[in-house]
Ligand binder design. Structure first.
Ligand code: BGC
Ligand code: CA
Length: 346
């Protein structure tokens, strides 16, 4: 009897052992691959950067569902400090991320970051703030995703040309020239200088004379643009016929300055196509804006990051200019072409 009991116990034990073993083998088979994406941005409170980050997160969620993969994203905010960003990069490398996505604070210091990433064999995707060519050429696993600044300048100029042809009275003093001020982005940013240069060039090449009253940086920021505009209003007052802005947030800041003193607005143009800018266009305050395609750029950053993290040949999956660059296109925002759904997506 005792033996029988022992035999029974042995059988139960063997059965349990088998079950637990077979469980383990099935678990192994269904293990979900994981990729780790390390992301650091120059300032998360920058409207456009915030749009890009939100869209990258969306892309990650979609890919997780479609590809049955676990995606860990570690997003860090350098709050305008390159020192802090360097520390973040050290941390992300230490954590063993598979790809680094970097929106530089200072776009002249890419070399140090590239060298660190290279030593750890982690590919790097820079975005929005473009490092110089020489830095990008330090290693073949370094890429840049962005948009051509000159193109946005040309399109901004095109908006002004259209406004002028629609209504010559925007030349308020009727001297045949457009007296203008420029609110510039951060000094040294590829989008600041080129946007201004190409906007002005496009307008003058269309035969409209331009007369610059003033120009200064407002560092992409609405509040700084408002302050600057207040100062210019004191000096130039009604002479200002056009306000060219390197981005929408600064255009909104200029509009704030006029609204505070209930002054009639001249032609104000921006770049980005943010939700608030589109609202200002619909209200007739902003004459126009150029869409800086945050959704597309996020899609490209994510796709490139995904292929790199999976160790796949990116050139087989995506078109890269000189094996390094991917550019999204700009376009003029046309309210009449927008659906309600588009507006909500922003
Ligand atoms: C955008 C700006 C933004 C800047 C940040 C530019 O491309 O147009 O709105 O502040 O990038 O680097
Ligand atoms: Ca004039």
């Amino acid at each position: 009897m005792k033996q029988k009991k022992l035999y029974l116990l042995c059988c139960i034990f063997l059965l349990l052992f088998q079950v637990s073993c077979s469980k383990k083998t099935t678990e192994k088979v269904i293990i979900v691959p994981e990729i780790k994406i390390g992301l650091t941005v120059y300032r998360k409170d920058d409207t456009f950067i915030n749009m890009i980050v939100a869209n990258i997160q969306e892309e990650g969620k979609e890919a997780e569902q479609q590809k049955n993969i676990k995606i860990t994203m570690n997003i860090m905010d350098a709050k305008g400090s390159q020192t802090m960003q360097n520390e973040h990069i050290d941390k992300l490398i230490e954590q063993g991320c598979d790809v680094l996505c970097v929106n530089l604070v200072d776009r002249t210091v890419a070399a140090t970051i590239i060298d660190k990433a290279k030593a750890a064999n982690i590919p790097v995707i820079f975005f929005n703030r473009e490092p110089v060519k020489e830095d990008l050429e330090r290693w073949d696993k370094v890429y840049y995703v962005g948009a051509e600044a000159s193109e946005s300048g040309k399109l901004e100029g095109q908006i002004v040309i259209e406004q002028y042809h629609k209504n010559h009275a925007i030349d308020k003093n009727g001297d045949g020239k457009l007296q203008y001020v420029v609110l510039e982005g951060e000094q040294g940013h590829q989008d600041a200088l080129l946007r201004t240069e190409y906007a002005v060039k496009t307008i003058t090449e269309a035969g409209i004379q331009m007369d610059k009253l003033a120009g200064d940086t407002a560092n992409w920021l609405r509040s700084q643009a408002e302050t600057k505009m207040n100062q210019w209003l004191q000096i130039y007052d009604d002479k200002i016929e056009l306000i060219l802005c390197n981005n929408d947030d600064m255009a909104l800041g200029a509009i704030d300055a006029y609204e505070n003193i209930e002054k009639e607005l001249p032609v104000v143009v921006g770049i980005d196509g943010t939700a608030l800018a589109i609202e200002a266009m619909a209200q007739g305050k902003l004459a126009g804006t150029v869409k800086n395609d945050a959704e597309k750029q996020a899609e490209l950053i994510f796709k490139l990051g995904y292929h790199l993290a999976m160790g796949e040949d990116v050139t087989k999956n995506m078109y890269l200019l000189r094996e390094k660059y991917i550019f999204a296109q700009y376009s003029i925002v046309r309210l009449e072409e927008m659906t309600k759904e588009d507006e909500y997506k922003k």
